[in-house]
Unconditional design. Structure first.
Length: 293
C-alpha cells in the first residue's frame, strides 16, 4: 500500500462492503469524485466487460485489478466474489454504463451479498432512465421502469396489455435495430395518441430528444434510420374524464400549441396537427395565422 492510501478492509474478521458503482452513460465528466476514490482504493473491481472498464480506469489513471462478472458467469463467479467479501475485502461492482443492477447481473450479486449478511452500499451517479424522464416533459411524480421488452412479439404484447391502464409514466430501453418495431407495438397497444419522449445518445455529443405522440414517433422512424441507444418515456393512461376530453376533436390552434409546448419544431408541429385532425397543413397554417392576428 502506498503512502496516503486508505485500506479497504474493515474490522478484522468482519466482511467487506460491496459497492455498486455508477459509471458514465456517455460523458466521462459525470464520474463522481467519491466513485473515483473508491475505484482507486479498493483491491478488486468486478466488471461486466473488463476491456470496457479498463478504458475508463485508464482515462482516470486507475490501476486496480479487474475481474469479469457478467450475465453468463454470474452463477459461478458470484459465490467466488461473496467469498472474497466474506474474507474482509471490499469489492466495487460496475456495469458498462450507468448503475449496476439495472438491466444487468449486479442485482444478482447484491442479492447474494445481502443473503450472506454483507453490507451493500451505492456509489450513485449517471442513470439513463431517470435522465430521460426528467427531460421528457411528462409526469415525474409516479413512474415505472420497464427496461427492455421481451424479445418475442407475443410476450411484448402480454407485458404491454398489463401496462396499458397504468397511470404512471413508463420508461423503456431500446436498441436501434429494434426501435421501429417497438414504437409500432407501443402505438398499437397503448394507443397512437399517447404522448412520449425519445432520448437518444444521452450525455454524448449527438444527444437528442424527440417528443410527440407514439404514432408520430413511429411514423418518423419509418423513414429515419435509428442510431445510438434509446430511452423511451411514455405517459401513463389518462383518467376516464381526461381520456374522453383527449378523444374529443381538439381546437386546431390548441393542439398546435400543445405540440410546441412539447418542444416540437413549428413545421413538425403543424404536420402532426394536420395528421391528427385529418386536415391539410395549409389549413393548420391558416388557422394559426388567424389566431396570431
Amino acid at each position: 500500500m502506498t503512502e496516503g492510501q486508505t485500506a479497504t478492509t474493515g474490522t478484522p474478521g468482519a466482511p467487506g462492503t460491496l459497492y455498486l458503482c455508477a459509471t458514465p452513460i456517455g460523458n466521462l465528466e459525470d464520474m463522481t469524485l467519491r466513485a473515483l476514490r473508491l475505484l482507486r482504493e479498493t483491491e478488486l473491481i468486478a466488471a461486466e466487460d473488463t476491456r470496457h472498464t479498463r478504458q475508463l480506469l485508464t482515462h482516470f489513471d486507475i490501476h486496480t485489478r479487474l475481474t469479469s462478472y457478467h450475465e453468463h458467469n454470474k452463477e459461478t463467479k458470484g459465490p467466488e466474489l461473496i467469498d472474497w467479501l466474506a474474507a474482509g475485502h471490499d469489492l466495487v461492482c460496475v456495469s458498462d454504463a450507468g448503475l449496476p443492477g439495472i438491466c444487468d447481473p449486479g442485482s444478482h450479486l447484491a442479492q447474494l451479498a445481502i443473503a450472506a449478511g454483507i453490507r451493500v452500499s451505492p456509489l450513485p451517479g449517471a442513470n439513463a432512465g431517470l435522465s430521460a424522464l426528467i427531460c421528457s416533459g411528462l409526469d415525474t411524480t409516479r413512474f415505472t421502469f420497464i427496461g427492455f421488452l421481451p424479445k418475442t412479439a407475443k410476450k411484448q404484447r402480454e407485458v404491454l396489455e398489463e401496462l396499458k391502464d397504468r397511470r404512471d409514466t413508463l420508461i423503456f430501453y431500446e436498441a436501434p435495430h429494434h426501435l421501429r418495431a417497438t414504437l409500432a407495438v407501443l402505438a398499437d397497444v397503448l394507443g397512437a395518441a399517447r404522448r412520449a419522449a425519445l432520448g437518444r445518445e444521452l450525455t454524448k455529443k449527438f444527444e437528442e430528444f424527440a417528443r410527440g405522440t407514439l404514432g408520430a414517433l413511429s411514423e418518423r422512424y419509418e423513414s429515419e434510420q435509428p442510431r445510438g441507444e434509446y430511452v423511451l418515456v411514455v405517459e401513463g393512461a389518462l383518467e376516464e374524464e381526461e381520456a374522453k376530453a383527449a378523444e374529443a376533436p381538439p381546437d386546431v390552434t390548441a393542439l398546435y400549441a400543445r405540440h410546441l409546448a412539447q418542444g416540437i419544431p413549428k413545421k413538425e408541429a403543424m404536420r402532426q396537427t394536420a395528421k391528427e385532425l385529418g386536415i391539410s397543413r395549409r389549413d393548420v397554417y391558416q388557422r394559426v395565422l388567424e389566431a396570431e392576428h
